[in-house]
Design a protein around this ligand. Structure first.
Ligand SMILES: [Zn+2]
Length: 312
């Protein structure tokens, strides 16, 4: 499940492999990009912003991708076999030393580089970016002080990058119940600082380790641990659903370490130990961005649930 830090790592690897290299062939296996061909152009930059990735060429073209839940990029040497299945491949960028293969990228479009940042203009500050601004994130959180913190922390217009693992882990680490209204979270600046620090600590690992323990099954405090004892107090970890921007983003918490806020009528309703209920799907925040007037060169969008074989 890519979160901001794993996108950052993917960008680092793609940048090292591709920048300065001439594209010998490109293959866009999306109907919307069927006519696209970047062969002959040279890759000049690879930049992550939150969960967005921008791959730019010297012809002023940007390949913009968003990983959402399931996308990934793999690097291969020419002639090397690719990970299956072939039907998941959306984009192939060939250079002499490397072949970059994009799998299951739900958002994949070509934009004029001069306008490519329009697609992230709505995002909040990125803790892994050069313009990180903790106070601006706090200000954006407090625009809706009544919203549940467990929902707000996934809102990419507040802060770019954090996904479900960090959502769950930061609330455990701060002893905050996920249903607490944002305006009642104690020391919100400290909460944001800690979240940024967690993401930064993992920027080079490709993992989301919050316990400091890299052994399998020990990397998280509460995430994916429903029904198991809390690592701190032994209480059974619970799982529940909150309003979410993307489907399948369950909330995990320890009811003892993260007690329900006092005086709030709406606790974690419907949350039962080990519950597998998922959040009600609602439009991704990404989909609710206002019109930005950008001009796509080519645009493609494919959902994993409806894979389509691209033209070859
Ligand atoms: Zn506990």
């Amino acid at each position: 499940m890519p979160e901001g830090d794993t996108v950052y790592l993917a960008a680092t690897r793609l940048r090292a492999a591709l920048v300065g290299e001439r594209l010998t062939a490109t293959d866009f296996r999306l109907p919307q990009l069927a006519t696209a061909d970047l062969a002959g152009q040279t890759m000049v930059d690879v930049t992550p912003v939150g969960k967005h990735l921008f791959l730019r060429t010297d012809a002023g073209i940007t390949l913009h991708t968003h990983f959402r839940m399931q996308g990934s990029w793999h690097l291969y040497r020419p002639g090397q076999g690719w990970a299956p299945p072939e039907s998941d491949v959306r984009v192939v960028l060939r250079t002499e030393p490397w072949v970059a293969v994009g799998y299951r990228l739900p958002v994949c479009e070509l934009l004029p580089t001069e306008h490519d940042q329009d697609v992230v203009a709505h995002l909040g500050p990125d803790p892994l970016g050069p313009a990180w601004d903790r106070d601006e994130v706090v200000r954006r959180f407090l625009l809706e002080p009544g919203r549940e913190i467990g929902t707000a922390v996934l809102d990419q217009t507040v802060m770019a990058g954090p996904g479900n693992v960090y959502k769950n882990e930061i609330m455990f680490l701060r002893g905050v119940n996920p249903w607490t209204p944002v305006g009642e979270v104690p020391d919100l600046p400290g909460f944001v600082d800690k979240l940024a620090k967690l993401m930064d600590a993992n920027r080079g690992t490709g993992s989301q380790i919050t316990t400091g323990d890299t052994r399998p099954g020990r990397t998280s405090w509460v995430t994916a641990r429903a029904g198991k004892p809390c690592r701190r107090c032994g209480t059974t970890i619970r799982k529940g659903a909150q309003q979410s921007y993307e489907i399948d983003r369950p909330t995990y918490w320890c009811p003892r370490c993260q007690p329900a806020p006092t005086g709030t009528p709406s606790g974690p309703a419907g949350a039962v130990p080990g519950s597998t209920s998922a959040a009600t799907p609602s439009p991704p925040a990404e989909a609710r961005r206002p019109g930005t007037g950008r001009v796509p060169v080519w645009r493609g969008s494919v959902r994993q649930s409806r894979p389509r074989a691209g033209p070859r």
